[in-house]
Ligand binder design. Sequence first.
Ligand code: NAP
Length: 281
Amino acid sequence: MRHVLVTGARAKTGAPLTDLLAQDGAVVVRAGSRDVRLLESDRDRVEAVRFDWDDRATWEGAVDGVAGVFLVRPDRPDAAELAADLLAMTPRGAHVVLLSELDRGYFGPDDWAPRVERAVRGSGRPWTILRPGWFMQVFTDPRFMLDDLVRDGRLPLVSGGQAVSWIDARDIAAVAARSLLDDGHDGQVYELTGPEALGPGETATVLGSAMGRPVRHVELSMEEALEGVEGFLRRNDEGAYDRIRRGMFGVVTDTVEQVTGHPARTLRQFAAEVFAPLAVG
Ligand SMILES: NC(=O)c1ccc[n+]([C@@H]2O[C@H](COP(=O)([O-])OP(=O)(O)OC[C@H]3O[C@@H](n4cnc5c(N)ncnc54)[C@H](OP(=O)(O)O)[C@@H]3O)[C@@H](O)[C@H]2O)c1
């Protein structure tokens, strides 16, 4: 049995990846979380392991003997150093799949996100880098838009009227699974998007149809969107919204289908699954 560490195993991409890998008869998933009590227990071929970027004592047990690592980088300025240190403890042959992000040259080479990618490339381990755009799961994240959508029928976005090719995190997980399980992905950088670019009004319409009630896009100013967010995270979020306004998240690739053999899910499919149970009337 090969052991594969999935960091962020409770998160948007790590959770479906854990499911996919556990279905592979030859893999035992080491499911990483800061709080293993919150991970579903008693699952075949899934072992919960405590993993915390802020507690190096948890690292060795997480990477010991693994054949693969799904690396959810921590979004913070020292992420590259943390990733490099973790990978130095990881077995030499372990395939590292990094969850990065779509940036299309927006970040400078010394910005934190390209530095994390460099740390992975320079680790001496086989690697694959995933660069996804915005996840559909932001619509169902209670920390983000869920309340606005469900309670008020509002889709608050900084968009500049530009389209976004929303991607289902389950499709990112599917690409990660193939990268970890199959040959041929070493040294690949995959830009991952959903199958279509939707403007803010179209996005609201798709979500509203699934919910059976009107949803309207409300354009936020940058200041409104960043209210209460400070420091590094503020600069980072500002960069993400700015890229939306520049249309950089409207690019569409067919990489999900190329790698997995299945087309990427549409927002309509995602919304029908998650919002139809909430539909009115
Ligand atoms: N959301 C998007 O649209 C989007 C788009 C492109 C790229 N990304 C990137 O994808 C990554 C994940 O984003 P997400 O939105 O999917 O986040 P998420 O669902 O909130 O997942 C983040 C996970 O990181 C884990 N975590 C937090 N602090 C940690 C620590 N100190 N040590 C170990 N694990 C820690 C948490 O797991 P536990 O609580 O179980 O420890 C949490 O579940 C980020 O790097 C983000 O920049 C996101």
